[in-house]
Design a protein around this ligand. Structure first.
Ligand SMILES: NC(=O)c1ccc[n+]([C@@H]2O[C@H](COP(=O)([O-])OP(=O)(O)OC[C@H]3O[C@@H](n4cnc5c(N)ncnc54)[C@H](OP(=O)(O)O)[C@@H]3O)[C@@H](O)[C@H]2O)c1
Length: 200
């Protein structure tokens, strides 16, 4: 398979890329490093990247940001960061990406536990994660050419645990092998329109 991983140099993305690299052709996309540079907040940049790497068998987006802060500190513009990056960035990866996929290909997006179990300072991040879960279920009803769309929703992963543990009291870190397998299920399984949750 030819697999394009947006965010393939990130904390989670690099482990997912390392899993697929031995047996597949993996192309890594990122904002500042990778085989192809793109900014997922800009649909023209997404399209340009896809046109340069396609045709593809799988697209994984393991990227996207949202502003974390107390609700009463978040401005309207702060909310737009999450809407433009994590939400519309990933919606655009599906909207544009399906044209560059071979028949039967797959698109895998990324959200997280905040959709189901938010912690303090995450009104924006939780909101976009929840929206993406609904988006994936709805787009699955309409996407053609045998293309499957799923989203992986992870808890705080082991490799990010030290950095973020204080935000997640009592949460158990998700082992990286389990995090990687959630993406493998989406790419190599036959499921579609699924929210693949891996919270422990
Ligand atoms: N870490 C966790 O425990 C965890 C748990 C659940 C969900 N998630 C979600 O999973 C995703 C990846 O998390 P992570 O911890 O691996 O993040 P990370 O280490 O910060 O890596 C993010 C990757 O995405 C790329 N990226 C960010 N903004 C981009 C943009 N506008 N255009 C193109 N590429 C962009 C980054 O590229 P550059 O480095 O070049 O900027 C980097 O390669 C995030 O959406 C995060 O919210 C994370």
């Amino acid at each position: 398979m030819k697999i394009f991983i947006i965010g393939g140099h990130g904390t989670i993305g690099r482990k997912v890329a390392a899993h697929f690299q031995p047996h597949h052709e993996v192309v890594i996309g990122g904002r500042t490093q990778g085989d192809v540079l793109l900014d997922m907040t800009d649909s023209a940049s997404i399209e340009q990247a896809l046109a340069s790497v396609g045709p593809l068998d799988a697209i994984l987006c393991i990227a996207g940001e949202a502003k974390w802060d107390d609700f009463d500190q978040l401005s309207e513009e702060d909310f737009y960061l999450g809407l433009r990056s994590k939400l519309m960035g990933q919606v655009n990866v599906v909207r544009l990406g399906r044209k560059y996929l071979n028949s039967g290909g797959s698109i895998t997006l990324s959200t997280g536990i905040l959709a189901d179990d938010p912690v303090l300072k995450t009104t924006s991040a939780a909101m976009v994660n929840g929206a993406l879960h609904s988006f994936v279920k709805a787009v699955d009803l309409e996407v053609e050419n045998g293309i499957r769309v799923n989203v992986v929703s992870l808890g705080l992963v082991e490799d990010a645990y030290e950095k973020y543990r204080d935000y997640f009291p009592g949460h158990n870190p998700v082992p990286m092998a389990k995090a990687v397998n959630a993406y493998v299920r989406s790419v190599e399984g036959k499921g579609r329109g699924h929210v693949i949750r891996q919270y422990e």
